[in-house]
Design a protein around this ligand. Structure first.
Ligand code: XMP
Length: 489
């Protein structure tokens, strides 16, 4: 036993401390630079990551966040194929050139085209022969008034002879000019033999201008990460996610300071080569050091810090989040492996504190679970709107997981078994609806930018090196909140 005694360490979290204002030459919060790293090789313009929870990140969240300069981690509580499809939707959502556009044959039906447009979130479908010769194009607009779902696409498509096309390798400025001058939305790229070699869309060009800070790969596609576990089919899952285009894998288990996680990092990099493997969760210097040594491209930090977690009450284990971040940062030993501060962020100021303590990014769960882009419907209760969120170790999540592994039916006996066996470390509940992720992000990043100017920090590195924390008392905490007024807004 270590620790109990006169020198018992104190663990601190966000509400225990404040940052001391520093002399500042930052003229405006607009002038600060919030660039950071998600993992060794994935830079972000905005240091915010959405949590790999089934009530937080699927493709809609990952797309929205990557457009705004952060990144999403698609959760793993889905069959492999479905998780890979979510990754694929993000990768296909935009790009300089869509190299492998979705296609159908001329005998495909209007119904098939409509389904594909809806499920894949695409604006049109290229029609090709089995040898990929371009035959035509069907756009969502072509199908709006089409009543007969069984009609063949050859009858409704715009034939190749009437399409504007370009050669593969066309310069982007030229492609844009062609789209503009012909007033068309899609430019199929066709090689000398008439075969489809890619697609440039006007929507992508507009998006590039609309979201200049988006997190993108070398091909102009949005970046996305995806979670895997350490047991069962995790290696195959990793392979499918990488095939779907995942930019990073996140080996995510509740107790990440374990030989299983280190082995998983090694096996994934052995089998799949040069992959960004993020790992966690840890909460200590030694935990972070061991993951860095095993080859982690970033270390995810937080044990029991999440808003839906009861790990600390159920197991007695955990480290208050700010201390966990500072200690884990120390454990990265200047290796440059970034720390992801995962969980416990309730206010924009918590983001600034986490980054000042050593995190390179902050992972957000429940705050994003209340947004439009999180999976699941909005619930109306007594005139107010809510969304559902749950810990991934909650009873409900465990039941769903067992159902999926088993018969896929909600078998009452199986439910009873899970209830009897499980010791949940998470809870589920309603969270107020918060609008779009863009609105929540604006508050988080706005707070961070102001915080950086209070610190006189032009960059996040400067924030970390200039930051001075001061511990506060409960009276100081009370003073920090609005007080002695009747709040009206
Ligand atoms: P916030 O506070 O942003 O935290 O909602 C999100 C993080 O919480 C973790 N998480 C859990 N932790 N039991 C836990 O102890 C759970 O059931 C659970 N589900 C999620 C996770 O690290 C997430 O990113």
């Amino acid at each position: 036993m270590k620790g109990l005694g006169s020198a018992l360490r104190v663990g601190l979290t966000f509400d225990d401390v404040l940052l001391v204002p520093k002399s500042s030459s930052v003229r405006s919060r607009k002038d600060v630079d919030t660039r950071s790293l998600f993992s060794r090789r994935i830079p972000l313009n905005v240091p915010i990551v959405s949590a790999n929870m089934d009530t937080v990140t699927e493709s809609a969240m990952a797309i929205a966040l990557a457009r705004l300069g952060g990144i999403g981690v698609v959760h793993r509580f889905l069959p492999v194929g479905d998780q890979a499809a979510e990754v694929s939707k993000v990768k296909r959502s935009e790009g300089l050139v869509i190299e492998d556009p979705f296609t159908l044959g001329p005998d495909g039906t209007v119904q098939e085209a409509q389904d594909a447009i809806e499920s894949r979130g695409i604006g049109g479908i290229v029609i090709v022969t089995p040898g990929r010769k371009l035959l035509g194009l069907v756009t969502a607009r072509d199908l709006v008034f089409e009543r007969n779902g069984r009609r063949r696409l050859r009858e409704v498509m715009t034939p190749a002879a009437r399409l504007v096309t370009a050669r593969p390798g066309v310069a982007m400025a030229q492609a844009e000019e062609t789209l503009r001058s012909h007033k068309v939305e899609k430019l199929p790229l066709v090689d000398a033999k008439g075969r489809l070699a890619g697609l440039v869309t006007a929507k992508d060009i507009v998006r590039r201008k609309q979201f200049p800070f988006a997190t993108k790969d070398g091909k102009g596609r949005l970046r996305v990460a995806a979670a895997v576990g350490v047991k069962g089919d995790y290696l195959q899952r990793a392979g499918s996610l990488l095939d779907a285009g995942a930019d990073a894998l996140v080996v995510d288990v509740a107790h990440g300071h374990s030989s299983l996680v280190q082995e998983a990092i090694r096996r994934i990099t052995k089998d799949y080569g040069d992959v960004e493997v993020v790992a966690g969760n840890v909460a200590t210097e030694k935990g972070a050091r061991d993951l860095v040594r095993a080859g982690a491209a970033a270390v995810k930090v937080g044990v029991g810090s999440g808003s839906i977690c009861v790990t600390r009450v159920v197991t007695g284990f955990g480290v208050p989040q700010l201390t966990a971040i500072a200690d884990s940062f120390a454990g990265t030993d200047g290796s440059g492996v970034p720390v992801i501060g995962d969980g416990g962020v309730r206010n924009p100021g918590d983001v600034t504190k986490a980054l000042a303590a050593g995190a390179s990014t902050v992972m957000i769960g429940s705050l994003f679970a209340g947004t439009e882009e999180s999976p699941g419907p909005t619930i109306l209760r007594e005139g107010a709107r809510y969304k559902l969120t749950r810990g991934m170790a909650s009873l409900g999540a465990s039941i769903d997981r067992r159902m999926r592994e088993g018969t896929d039916r909600r078998d009452p006996q199986l439910v009873e078994e899970v209830v009897e066996e499980s010791v949940p470390e998470g809870v589920e509940g309603l969270i107020p609806y918060r609008g779009t992720v863009e609105e929540v992000l604006r508050q988080l990043v706005g707070g961070l930018r102001s915080g950086m100017s209070y610190c006189g920090a032009g960059t996040l590195q400067e924030l970390r090196s200039r930051a001075e924390f001061i511990r506060i008392t409960s009276a100081g905490y009370k003073e920090s909140l609005p007080h002695d007024i009747q709040k009206v807004a």
